[in-house]
Design a binder for this molecule. Structure first.
Ligand SMILES: Nc1nc2c(c(=O)[nH]1)N[C@H]1C(S)=C(S)[C@@H](COP(=O)(O)O)O[C@H]1N2
Ligand SMILES: [Mo]
Length: 314
């Protein structure tokens, strides 16, 4: 995500995006684009295989839009704890150990406790859901996630009547997430949803994609997916879920409150202060697509926000 001195992704050329910064600079410095340079740029860090996972049901929520390749989904990432360039998380993902892994559930629920990730994965049947995903930096992908509805998990916790929001926290461990050694953001990364958003049937906890467990760069072993919101709401490598009465702090809002709001619903009519949100570049394509209100999920989610001024509550 772009902080003031960084170049917005929307102003970066497709060549630079495709090759990654270092390769692009190397090509630029070398002048002519040699075949050897191109080959090394494209043969980036190989994609390690995750553990195979199967789904009880498959649903496509992306119409006729084709899913991005596994290579694209695992080599063009935002996960600042593993580096701030898009190709960094794939390179550094090996330091993140997704087993053993515990998720604490706390706050306004009947019985606070700790779940082991393997126990959680046995409790909820996995579904494959193909979702359109839109980053606030004006790029997008289509991803075949594997996971279960967040609402199913939250209902099992039996929230009290005081539970109005859900607060999520990423692992804090600078040895596993070396980006936490630098104060790029306040660590750990935190995110939140209103309880009605969190229990909306489209919101999911993902544990895999493309038929296998998540790799570190995509937020192993468990991360949030809310496809009508900008990608930064999709907090990775979750260790704590707390139900609370008041709106919780969120990382990008703490960092730059005028640029990143709590809601972060995809909205082509409300520009980021430094770039337009009207269009987006689908990774793997040239040219731009029109961004859709609520990322194309308005029919399902717009009613959650009736009466809310979406320009103020961005
Ligand atoms: N903990 C954590 N979660 C995070 C981020 C991050 O830097 N740290 N980046 C967010 C952003 S900006 C995006 S676009 C998505 C990217 O998810 P992907 O790399 O799996 O496509 O993860 C989100 N979740
Ligand atoms: Mo993002």
């Amino acid at each position: 995500m772009a902080r003031p001195p960084r170049i917005p992704e929307s102003e970066i050329t497709p060549e630079r995006l495709y090759l990654g910064r270092r390769d692009f600079l190397a090509l630029g410095a070398g002048g002519a684009v040699g075949a050897a340079a191109l080959t090394s740029a494209i043969a980036r860090a190989a994609t390690p295989a995750g553990t195979p996972l199967s789904a009880v049901k498959k649903q496509n929520f992306a119409g006729d839009e084709k899913p991005n390749t596994l290579d694209e989904i695992t080599h063009y990432n935002n996960f600042y704890e593993l580096g701030t360039d898009k190709e960094d998380p794939a390179v550094h993902a090996g330091s993140l150990k997704p087993r053993p892994w515990q998720i604490a559930v706390e706050g306004e629920i009947k019985k606070p406790r700790i779940f082991d990730i393997d126990e959680l994965m046995k409790l909820f049947p996995l579904e494959e859901r193909i979702y359109r995903m839109r980053c606030v930096e004006a790029w997008s992908m289509v991803i075949p996630w594997l996971g279960f509805p967040l609402g199913d998990f939250l209902r099992r916790l039996e929230p009290t009547s005081k539970a109005k929001y859900v607060a999520f926290t990423t692992l804090f461990d600078p040895a596993q997430l070396p980006g936490q050694q630098r104060a790029v953001l306040q660590w750990p990364y935190v995110e939140g949803l209103r309880i009605d958003e969190a229990t909306h049937p489209l919101a999911m906890l993902a544990v895999g994609l493309y038929g296998q467990t998540l790799l570190g760069q995509n937020g192993a072993p468990i991360r949030l997916v809310a496809p009508w919101k900008y990608g930064f709401k999709g907090i990775k490598s979750i260790v704590k879920i707390r139900l609370v009465a008041d709106q919780p702090p969120t990382s990008w809002n703490l960092s730059a409150p005028h640029e990143y709001g709590f809601y972060a619903n995809v909205n082509p009519a409300v520009d980021h202060p430094r770039w337009s949100q009207a269009k987006e570049r689908r990774i793997g394509e040239f040219g731009r697509r029109k961004t859709l209100p609520f990322n194309g999920y308005a029919d399902q989610v717009a009613s959650l926000y009736s009466g809310l001024d979406l320009a103020k509550n961005f």
